[in-house]
Write a protein that binds this ligand. Structure first.
Ligand code: HEC
Length: 707
């Protein structure tokens, strides 16, 4: 039988033992989001001897499209993870032998699998250990010992996240990709929602871990009489506006009872004519009373965001020395490459974060730009924030470089340059700077380890001249609907963009009916479009599946039920990276990096390229690659990170940045490692799911340990 204590007593008991606790029972290691392990068995001297301890295959990957982004948990000898198709599983943490599997997808149903970045474990003492995880817009509560749903939670073990949002969103996309956090007997969760309109609001909710009853809700888009309401010029925004969601997880100051939420931008990401104003609490670090959901403070990192500068990861709770005093602070990384250092209790900047005047010229018609933006003076940014001739890629032939120079001149450029019809350089890009992997923090050295992307993207806007209307043919309506709802990801010619696939030959793989199911259910990073309705789905199908008979039929129902607020006037032509003719990033390397920032001095003490392109590596050039997933720092002196496009797993010396160990993974490890000890042995586990950045998919979790 297992040895279990109420969660509150656990730290006391463990601190009496001589060894530090060795479980990894919280997403990212600890509730302060430090990605820190106190284990020392694997260290800078012996890391080169690491061997594969076990491999677990989930056997449900699709060749090129599935992913595993999950950071698995380990608690008292059991390892919990999630498969590419979101099956929850439990393994023996020492051998990788399976104990049970829970499949959230009811057989034969159309099920949105979204992505799942991790789990939340609640320990109620005795035999009451519950795992929470989300799939298909539902939050599941599973008995961690048996793998069976906890029938007393919600509706037979799960709740529908579309419900209890204080707004009618049954027909809108609501998913949950990052795990919630436990405070006492509450699970606090956020959501992923549509980034175009109409979108569900990203309200934060807390549920009773036993019953699934909603205990509080925080309106991240404030209602009349709630503070922040006045920051939306349109007085109807609170009824229609969506986004402003905590999609990337939470941190908790357990002693103070404060939960910190990093918030995303308001929907639609790239045009704000219907949401003029600062748009609180978009792009805020938000501190809430964890037991009541009442706002304590907020700090907005981008005003009136038009670049999708979501806060991509939970803030790290740190303690800093300043002027001889200890300050409990938090470090919030961003897509822009800034670290925001804020006082945990007041939200005040620890060092000045001046409001810098930015140009208000050049907004799209009907929109207006914020005259200032906050720019932290300390620490220094960890990625480049400006593209110019000197920072364009010189590794390509000169004619290619000259082509970049020419193209760059045609774009708008600069950190807060507005979206434009001619194209605007977005650097750091839509995926950072930082992404959902988040950083790691080592309090002994005061170093914050941040992996980042350094990729320039081109954001090009187009007017949506035509609204789909009755009296059109399906084909005409389908094209208009495509522009409104799909082009932003799949590109104007359906050729795909960024991480989004081409739709040129989908007629080979889809029938009208399976196509409709895809739109209703969504799949991983493809949101669902439940708001479209059958006739709009058919119009889209006629266009995309090139079904000649369907194309000539008359389109029946126009999108006439949309509020004026939700009618999009402009859209983007895809998520397009700024690349050379050869397909390399237009910016000079590094394209991916790992930095160690000293939070006491504000300096980047070391910065390595992270990842390689074999063709450049052969010439001795380390370029780094785009990367997804985070690092873990250990008391053994190491920073473990996978995350790169070259499918390697690496360990760096945390003090010097020296690469000490690297090994090949069966597929890219776009996830954060888990580090735990069981029966005296330290393990490091990474999910190898691939599938992003045009890499093949994988189905394994790999554990490493000393022989
Ligand atoms: C937010 C970005 C986004 C938007 C908006 C979007 N998609 Fe997608 N779409 C994706 C992603 C990502 C995938 C790949 C999903 C996966 O992992 O399998 C995808 C996949 C698809 C596929 C399957 C492709 C294949 O080869 O199997 C079809 C069909 C599709 N989308 C159609 C649409 C249509 C129609 C719309 C508009 C109504 C739309 N998408 C809007 C991101 C998007």
């Amino acid at each position: 039988m297992k040895f279990i204590l109420p969660a509150l007593l656990l730290p006391l008991v463990l601190s009496c033992k001589h060894e530090p606790p060795g479980d990894w029972s919280v997403y990212g290691g600890t509730k302060d989001s430090r990605h820190y392990s106190p284990l020392t068995q694997i260290d800078t001297a012996n890391v080169t001897q690491l061997k594969v301890a076990w491999v677990y295959h989930t056997h449900d990957a699709d060749q090129k499209s599935t992913q595993i982004q999950a950071n698995g948990l380990e608690y008292e000898g059991i390892f919990y993870g999630v498969s590419p198709k979101l099956k929850l599983f439990a393994l023996n943490a020492a051998t990788g032998e399976p104990l049970w599997v829970f499949d959230p997808a009811p057989k034969g149903t159309n099920f949105d699998l979204s992505v799942c970045r991790g789990l939340t474990l609640y320990n109620g003492g005795g035999e009451d250990q519950r795992l929470f995880f989300a799939a298909a817009g539902r939050l599941f509560c599973i008995d961690a010992n048996t793998g069976k749903p906890k029938a007393g939670f919600g509706d037979q073990g799960s709740i529908d996240l579309h419900q209890g949002l204080d707004r009618e969103v049954q027909n809108l996309y609501v998913a949950c990709t990052s795990p919630g956090i436990i405070y006492k007997d509450l699970i606090i969760i956020g959501t992923r929602v549509n980034e175009a309109t109409p979108a569900a609001p990203g309200y934060i909710r807390a549920y009773d871990v036993h019953t699934g009853k909603r205990r509080w809700i925080f309106h991240t888009i404030p209602w009349p009489d709630e503070p922040g309401y006045e920051t939306w010029d349109d007085t109807t925004a609170w009824r229609y506006a969506g986004g402003v969601n905590a999609w990337s997880g939470f941190s908790l100051d357990e002693q103070r009872g404060i939960v910190f939420a990093p918030l995303g931008s308001a929907s639609y990401d790239f045009y704000g004519g219907n949401r003029k104003g600062a748009d609180l609490y978009a792009d805020c670090v938000l501190a809430l009373d964890a037991s009541t959901g009442k706002r304590i403070w907020h700090f907005q990192t981008v005003h009136h965001d038009l670049w999708d500068k979501d806060l991509p990861a939970a803030p790290v709770l740190v303690t800093l020395q300043k002027d001889g005093k200890q300050i409990d602070a938090l470090a919030q990384v961003s897509k822009s490459g800034y670290v925001f250092l804020l006082d945990r209790t007041t939200g005040d900047p620890i060092y000045p974060i001046p409001e810098i005047a930015v140009s208000t010229q050049g907004a799209l018609p009907g929109d207006s730009l914020s005259p200032t933006q906050p720019e932290p003076s300390f620490p220094e940014p960890y990625v480049r924030q400006h593209l110019n001739e000197a920072t364009l890629n010189r590794l390509v032939p000169d004619s290619s470089y000259q082509d970049l120079v020419k193209r760059l001149k045609t774009y708008r450029n600069g950190l807060f340059s507005p979206p434009s019809f001619q194209g605007t350089v977005v650097l750091p890009g839509f995926d950072g700077g930082s992404e959902w992997g988040g950083p790691a923090y080592d309090s002994a050295s005061g170093l914050l380890f941040v992996n980042a992307n350094e990729m320039a993207w081109i954001l090009t806007m187009v007017p949506l001249s035509e609204k789909p209307h009755a009296h059109q043919t399906n084909l005409e309506a389908g094209k208009a609907l495509y522009q409104t709802h799909c082009m932003a990801c799949h590109g104007p010619e359906r050729q795909g963009s960024g991480n989004y696939p081409s739709l040129m030959d989908v007629s080979k793989r889809y029938t009208v009916s399976t196509f409709k199911s895809l739109l209703e259910g969504g799949r991983r990073m493809m949101p669902a479009f439940p708001q479209l309705g059958s006739s709009s789905e058919e119009a889209l199908a006629s266009y995309i599946l090139n079904d000649k008979i369907l194309q000539l039929k008359a389109y029946i129902s126009p999108e006439d039920n949309l509020s004026p607020f939700d009618q999009m006037k402009y859209t983007n032509t895809g998520y397009n990276k700024f690349l050379t003719k050869e397909g390399y990033p237009a910016i000079m390397p590094p394209w991916g990096s790992l930095s160690a920032i000293n939070l006491q001095t504000g300096k980047v003490v070391w910065k390595d390229t992270l990842g390689d392109y074999p063709e450049f590596k052969a010439k001795g050039i380390h370029t780094g690659t785009e990367n997804y997933g985070g690092p873990v720092v250990t008391a053994g002196g190491l920073v473990f990170i996978a995350a790169t496009r070259d499918a390697k797993f690496r360990a760096f010396n945390k003090r010097t940045g020296q690469l000490l160990w690297e090994t090949d993974l069966p597929a890219c490890g776009f996830a954060t490692p888990s580090v735990y000890r069981y029966k005296g042995k330290e393990y490091v586990v990474i999910a190898c799911g691939g599938g992003k950045l045009n890499t093949y998919s994988g189905d394994s979790y790999m554990a490493f340990a000393l022989p």
